[in-house]
Design a binder for this molecule. Sequence first.
Ligand SMILES: *[C@@H]1O[C@H](CO)[C@@H](O)[C@H](O)[C@H]1NC(C)=O
Ligand SMILES: *[C@@H]1O[C@H](CO)[C@@H](O)[C@H](O)[C@H]1NC(C)=O
Ligand SMILES: *[C@@H]1O[C@H](CO)[C@@H](O)[C@H](O)[C@H]1NC(C)=O
Ligand SMILES: *[C@@H]1O[C@H](CO)[C@@H](O)[C@H](O)[C@H]1NC(C)=O
Ligand SMILES: *[C@@H]1O[C@H](CO)[C@@H](O)[C@H](O)[C@H]1NC(C)=O
Length: 248
Amino acid sequence: MGGFIILFLLCVLSFQSSVLKVTHARFQATKCGDAGPDIHYPYKIKGQHQHTDSLPGFELLCKDNLTTIHFPSYGDLEVKSISYDTKNIHLLDPKKCVHHVFLNLNLSLTPFHYFYVLKNYTYLNCSTALPPPFVEVPCLSAASYHVYTVDSALPVPGSCEGVKTVAIPFAYSPYLSDSILGLRLTWDMSETEDSKTINHTRGSHTSRNLVIGSSMCVFVMVMLLLISTKIRVAARNNHQKEEQLLHS
Ligand SMILES: *[C@@H]1O[C@H](CO)[C@@H](O)[C@H](O)[C@H]1NC(C)=O
Ligand SMILES: *[C@@H]1O[C@H](CO)[C@@H](O)[C@H](O)[C@H]1NC(C)=O
Ligand SMILES: *[C@@H]1O[C@H](CO)[C@@H](O)[C@H](O)[C@H]1NC(C)=O
Ligand SMILES: *[C@@H]1O[C@H](CO)[C@@H](O)[C@H](O)[C@H]1NC(C)=O
Ligand SMILES: *[C@@H]1O[C@H](CO)[C@@H](O)[C@H](O)[C@H]1NC(C)=O
């Protein structure tokens, strides 16, 4: 009987671990390149047939060991890291011009928004350089024009043209290493998608599988017990028959 209990436990354990592998496939991370961030739900690599599902807008691209994300309003940005706990995705601009991204990136049809508090700034495009304290954005300026990010309340100087007013995390500053700070986005998942992730995989699924696994194992054990009892009874009958034959 002790043997049966051990067998039963082994059976339940092996069933459990195989099922857990399947349920956790959703959380199984993949990577693009050795140094890339872990990629799992709600993200996925586009075109890769993972067991996992993803949400719309969370498709990443993998090219030459580089993880990128495509925004129709801007283009491709490199994904430096993803923090699933804080829902923070850290991006880098391949052209190394964060204010070019701020100027063009439109997140309104995406699940993302900036991780930081925003303020409205106006981008000015000026034919002549403005005096200090104005500092032009080097990567947006050229010899014949000078681009500035200024407080949106400021009146537009005569030699300038207001390009656009956008809500962005900060104005240009030569002292700010903007490629490190700037491109942090956070994402929204609706309440149900979020709790579904948690309940589904960790809670109800596991306990339901435990019940299914145990019942299957109980069934197998009972069958084995019945068969072995039958064999034993048959053996005893045979034995009795042999004895009767011997006695007669
Ligand atoms: C990607 O990384 C792998 C493993 O480090 C390396 O063998 C391969 O050459 C890399 N491919 C490119 C295109 O850099
Ligand atoms: C962003 O895109 C939405 C939808 O396409 C549009 O309505 C909105 O005006 C755009 N915002 C900016 C700042 O361009
Ligand atoms: C920026 O300006 C727009 C339009 O005036 C306004 O709707 C929005 O709330 C402002 N955003 C911030 C962060 O102040
Ligand atoms: C600024 O103006 C120049 C020409 O006047 C133009 O080529 C350039 O694209 C403009 N830059 C921005 C950021 O609008
Ligand atoms: C997830 O579980 C919580 C509490 O355990 C419950 O309030 C919520 O309705 C569940 N969500 C779903 C989608 O089942």
